[in-house]
Design a protein around this ligand. Structure first.
Ligand SMILES: [Zn+2]
Length: 419
């Protein structure tokens, strides 16, 4: 029937239009807020840095430390208190970071409600008595409700108790770690640019071959999103494996240079942001427009590689965290250099950790994220390496170290094919 043929024709036109649209115009992932790809500066709201409390009860709360987030605090009823947690701006993805410390004049037990504006409870609280060693809150001491708040039972005394969405891995911690790596292994630290709030965007260059030796380049980025601490821990274990005093790592550093930017969003990490940088922008949506100083600095540092015949980018890894272990490789039908590299290292990694599930979700290369920029600029294969928010910390480091071993072996084999 002509009318049904016409219907199929219309459907075909519609689908063609849709598929063109999906490959040309990226407007955000399903979990992104509207307007995420408009990366021009937005206004952000600063939290007041202060120690406040209910003097009559002698209960105190503070956000006066790096990486803290706590916007307001008050007593709701006899033993119920409320901490209000707000993002740096909104709309924003639901990754509500909080971090604060509490104490009381005399030992007492309170109920504390975490009440989020523009978000719902997500991160299981980690507790610490010294800000360094952390434990997960006991499951009997937390109750979540359907409205998106969580209520914690906390034992307070005159010594501070840190309560944090994840253990703190602050700007200062990351810089101290980079310093420690650079004193142990020949590593050059450079400031490639400055964030909105004038914090340095630091690059670690690791490698030990003479500059004119033909070398591959491995690009590593991390911490574009401040609360993603497990991704930060994995990136450190990964880089430590590359800089280790082992035969494999030594050989690797002769054939490959590692260009690493492990703290892409220093302002967001220092200010306890939920996701954005100092101008309220998701940096991992700015790798097309480059409106932000952090992404621009890294782009401008990497671009000259294309002018250097003695350097070639082989691979890019961008570390993140989410609700499970996921690798986002480039779709297999898209041709990369080296071909299908991600798929070839994930397989042996999964074999080594059969009890740890890794999801592999291939993606198109149209979104303005770091991995895709690496591919589009250098033709190289690249991956987004997402670590489970709740991953066992020892295990995630072990997995990351093993991933580094496999990647080093595979990259060396690739380079041998093209001496
Ligand atoms: Zn992320």
């Amino acid at each position: 029937m002509p009318s049904s043929r016409f219907f199929w024709f219309l459907l075909l036109v519609f689908l063609m239009f849709q598929s063109c649209k999906s490959s040309e115009e990226f407007t955000g992932y399903s979990y992104d807020p509207e307007g995420v790809t408009n990366t021009a500066d937005k206004e952000i709201q600063f939290q007041y840095s202060r120690t406040i409390g209910v003097a009559a009860e002698g209960i105190w709360i503070s956000n006066e430390f790096e990486g803290a987030r706590m916007n307001d605090f008050y007593r709701v009823s006899d033993s119920l208190y409320r901490a209000v947690i707000e993002p740096e701006n909104h709309p924003i993805n639901n990754s509500p970071w909080y971090s604060f410390k509490m104490h009381s004049n005399s030992p007492t037990t309170i109920n504390l409600q975490l009440s989020y504006k523009h978000g719902k409870h997500r991160y299981l609280p980690k507790l610490s008595r010294d800000g360094k060693r952390w434990t997960r809150i006991d499951s009997s001491d937390i109750r979540e409700d359907t409205s998106g708040t969580a209520t914690l039972t906390l034992d307070l005394n005159k010594n501070p108790l840190w309560i944090s969405a994840q253990e703190l891995l602050t700007y200062r911690d990351m810089v101290a770690w980079m310093d420690s790596i650079s004193t142990a292994t020949p590593t050059q630290l450079d400031t490639v640019g400055y964030s909105h709030q004038q914090r340095p965007v630091i690059k670690m260059t690791i490698g030990s071959a003479p500059p004119d030796h033909k070398q591959g380049v491995l690009v590593i980025t991390g911490r574009q999103h401040p609360p993603e601490v497990t991704g930060g821990l994995a990136s450190r274990a990964f880089i430590e494996a590359l800089t280790a005093d082992t035969e494999l790592a030594g050989t690797f550093r002769k054939e490959f240079e590692i260009w690493s930017y492990p703290l892409v969003n220093p302002d967001g990490v220092a200010e306890g942001h939920w996701r954005h940088n100092g101008a309220g922008i998701d940096l991992n949506r700015d790798w097309k427009n480059f409106n932000q100083p952090e992404t621009r600095a890294i782009r401008d540092d990497l671009l000259p590689i294309n002018e250097r015949p003695e350097r070639r980018v082989y691979y890019g890894i961008d570390f993140h965290s989410t609700k499970s272990n996921i690798f986002y490789p480039i779709k297999r039908d898209i041709s990369t250099f080296p071909e299908d590299f991600t798929y070839r290292w994930i397989e042996p990694l999964q074999e080594q950790f059969p009890e740890t599930p890794f999801n592999v979700e291939p993606f198109d290369t149209n979104s303005p994220i770091a991995k895709n920029w690496i591919y589009q600029t250098f033709g190289a294969d690249a991956v987004t390496y997402e670590v489970d928010d709740r991953a066992d910390r020892q295990k995630l480091k072990e997995v990351s170290r093993q991933a580094a071993q496999i990647i080093m072996r595979h990259l060396l084999a690739e380079k041998k094919k093209r001496p």
